[in-house]
Design a protein around this ligand. Structure first.
Ligand code: NI
Length: 182
């Protein structure tokens, strides 16, 4: 399978704030993107990655907390139970971690890369990662969960990231985004 070169977008990039559209017809291109997303997640030592993080606003995520790889299309949470608070980081918001309150158990409904419906029951870290990645496809980031105190703490760092995102945009015009157009 031919590798698609993807890069992680950082805070300040507009793709991270857009609501992703559901995939209507799964193609070979989607499978190639999912495979490249998985490789990028592993090489970045992440446990999850969502398509908007590589500038693609389609509902696709990859997750692997060390218990096997999930490549999911159009994922949705259909059940939530309990509460947990974990300190989360995000590849798109490097250098920042935020305590996020989430459901302790979730059931995720999605399609696999060939369009087969799947349902996954997840708890603890896996449940947290699914919720984090599904937030990404809604344009939501961990910084949105920041307490007032957190917000003061991370303000400077966020401004730096935003500046970096703007600089990157200037140094690489349309080329990259048009290549990833589907
Ligand atoms: Ni993230």
């Amino acid at each position: 399978m031919k590798e698609i070169k993807l890069r992680i977008k950082v805070f300040g990039d507009s793709a991270l704030r857009k609501k992703s559209v559901p995939v209507e017809k799964i193609t070979e291109e989607h499978r190639r993107i999912l495979s490249s997303m998985a490789n990028l997640m592993y090489s970045s030592s992440g446990v999850g990655l969502a398509a908007p993080q590589v500038g693609i606003n389609e509902c696709m995520i990859v997750v692997d907390i060390g218990e096997g790889l999930y490549k999911l299309i159009n994922p949705q949470i259909i059940r939530r139970q309990g509460r947990q608070v974990l300190e989360e980081g995000c590849l798109s918001v490097p250098g920042i971690s935020i305590k996020v309150k989430r459901a302790a158990k979730v059931t995720v409904k999605a399609l696999d890369e060939y369009g087969k419906p799947v349902e996954i029951n997840a708890e603890k870290l896996l449940a947290c990662v699914f919720q984090h990645e599904i937030d990404h496809i809604k344009g939501k980031l961990i910084v949105d969960y920041a307490s007032l105190f957190d917000r003061i703490k991370i303000k400077k760092k966020l401004a730096e990231l935003k500046k970096r995102a703007e600089d990157e945009k200037l140094s690489q015009p349309e080329r990259e985004s048009s290549k990833l157009q589907l």
